[in-house]
Every structure is written in structure tokens, then in C-alpha cells.
Design a protein around this ligand. Structure first.
Ligand SMILES: Nc1ncnc2c1ncn2[C@@H]1O[C@H](COP(=O)(O)OP(=O)(O)OP(=O)(O)O)[C@@H](O)[C@H]1O
Ligand SMILES: [Mg+2]
Length: 269
């Protein structure tokens, strides 16, 4: 369960959490960043980002082996050091800069800042320094939002024992969305949404997702993404979107991609 340090109320706007995949960061246009600014008219916006391609490329360059278990990167001390440098040093800074070019006050953070993200180990033996978030410092986020800053979060966290850990960015985004009681959670990735036989699945329920994972239709990096989506489907978040890299988050008034819902269909008689 995710606990939170504070429930301080900010200006009355719903919260939207956007997770930007490391896979799309080099492809996003200035129009996309402008659309983030536009979102701020109606929402408190929080960004969480990944950094997969930069981490993988650097590990490869250094000849360090990298493996994935169910879409999560096995993180030895050596791998962690690279992940931290890429996420916090390279990706977070570049993203904050791009957003600020649009006249937004984005502020870069990692889970270390003011104890923003506290985590436990997922499974130290098999995954190494990989955390699962169990506490979010909401006071910090509420204060930043009330001052009109846009927090941009690198998915790194601290354990109770004081270890620094890597967190899958999808799961970090869902933990933040849940703790903030966000209205929307959107994953922006390098595919247009969940694909089945090469076709976009525009709407999918919890039940179908379990079937897709079992049958191998959903694999690799899509697994933590749908797990993250399912973990937030409750009274606050009724649907989660997975969308592709496009010029605007909202196109003609709606988001285009895969809509994930709980699956309790209302029967119209
Ligand atoms: N059914 C599916 N439909 C679409 N993509 C899928 C599916 N199953 C697995 N994938 C894979 O999931 C990938 C997206 O997850 P990935 O972790 O690579 O990106 P990301 O989460 O956006 O980036 P990062 O992990 O760096 O934050 C796709 O590029 C694709 O290879
Ligand atoms: Mg991923």
C-alpha cells in the first residue's frame, strides 16, 4: 500500500500524471511540449520519465551486461550507477529544459529529493537494486503544484535502510498518480497503444489484459505498463491511456491510443 505524508489541498484542479517513455524522448516535438503547457490550464500536471534506451546504450558501450525479468531491468550496483547517471543527469535535465523552452516552470526531481519516493526492494535476489514505491512525499508535490511548478520526476527512490534503488518508470508513475488521487494517468510510449496482430486495441479491460499477458500478446516493457495501469483503476482513476508519440497529448478533444478500464460494462437495455 502506498502511504502519503500529507493531503494538503492545492488550487482546485484535477491532477494528470503523464509518463514519458525513455523510448520516445528523442522523438517528441516542440508541439508536444506545447501541448503539455496547454494541459496546465485544466490540470495540475506531473511528469514521470523513463530512460531505457540511454541506459541500455551506455551499458553496451561499457560492456556491462543487462537483463530484463518481466520487463524490469535487473539492476546490479554497476547497472544502478549508470541508470542513475542517465535518468537524473541526462534524461531529467534534457526533459526539464525542453519543457521550460515552452515557458513552463518545470522542476527536475528524483525520488531522493526531500524523500519524494520511498521504496522497498522488489526482490533483491533476482532483480537487485529495484524498488517498489510505498511512500510518496505529497507535501513536496502539493507545494510545488500550488506554486505552479511542473514536477518532472526521475524514477529513483530510497529504501528505509537508506539504499538508492531504480524503479520501473511506469510503476513510479502509477504510484505517484495513486498517492495524489490523480484523475488521469497517461503513458506515452513508442507504439500507438497495445497492439494485437499489428492492430491497435482501442479499448481493453482488466480481464483481457490478463489474457494478453498469458498468451504472450503483451510482453517485455508493456508488462509493467499494464500492471501499473491496473494498479490505479479505482474510484479516482476510471481509465488509463497508453498513447503513442504524437504532436499533441489531446487530439480533437480526446486522447488516441488504448483505453484501459476496469471492465464493469454497463448494459444498455
Ligand atoms: N501487445 C503489445 N503492443 C505494443 N507494444 C508491446 C506489446 N507487447 C510488448 N510491447 C513492447 O512494449 C514496448 C514499450 O515498452 P518499453 O518499456 O520498451 O517503452 P517505454 O516504457 O515507453 O520506455 P522506458 O521503459 O524507457 O520508460 C514496445 O516498444 C513493444 O516492444
Ligand atoms: Mg518501459
Amino acid at each position: 500500500m502506498i502511504t502519503s505524508k500529507s493531503m494538503q489541498v492545492t488550487e482546485h484542479k484535477p491532477v494528470i500524471v503523464l509518463k514519458l517513455g525513455g523510448s520516445v524522448l528523442s522523438k517528441l516535438s516542440s508541439l508536444f511540449y506545447k501541448s503539455i503547457k496547454d494541459l496546465q490550464q485544466h490540470y495540475h500536471v506531473i511528469l514521470v520519465h523513463g530512460g531505457g534506451p540511454d541506459i541500455t546504450a551506455t551499458l553496451k558501450k561499457l560492456g556491462i551486461e543487462s537483463t530484463f525479468i518481466n520487463g524490469q531491468r535487473k539492476t546490479t550496483k554497476e547497472v544502478f550507477s549508470i541508470a542513475e547517471q542517465m535518468l537524473k543527469g541526462k534524461v531529467n535535465s534534457a526533459l526539464v529544459h525542453q519543457i521550460n523552452l515552452q515557458g513552463v516552470s518545470a522542476i527536475g526531481l528524483s525520488g531522493y529529493d526531500a524523500g519524494l519516493l520511498k521504496a522497498g526492494f522488489v526482490d533483491e535476489e533476482s532483480l537487485g537494486f529495484v524498488g517498489r514505491i510505498d511512500e510518496v512525499n505529497l507535501t513536496l508535490l502539493h507545494n510545488l503544484l500550488s506554486l505552479h511548478y511542473l514536477p518532472v520526476i526521475a524514477p529513483l527512490a530510497v529504501t528505509n535502510g537508506g539504499e538508492r534503488v531504480n524503479v520501473n518508470a511506469d510503476l513510479a508513475a502509477s504510484a505517484v498518480a495513486k498517492a495524489l488521487k490523480a484523475e488521469k494517468l497517461v503513458f506515452v510510449t513508442d507504439v500507438p497503444g497495445i497492439l494485437k496482430d499489428g492492430e491497435l486495441v482501442s479499448r481493453v479491460t482488466k480481464e483481457a489484459i490478463h489474457h494478453y499477458i498469458e498468451s504472450g500478446i503483451i510482453y517485455g516493457g508493456m508488462i509493467p505498463k499494464v500492471q501499473a495501469a491496473l494498479s490505479v483503476l479505482n474510484e479516482n482513476i476510471h481509465e488509463v491511456m497508453i498513447v503513442g508519440c504524437q504532436d499533441s497529448i489531446i487530439q480533437d478533444g480526446e486522447m488516441v491510443g488504448t483505453r484501459i478500464t476496469e471492465g464493469k460494462e454497463v448494459q444498455v437495455i
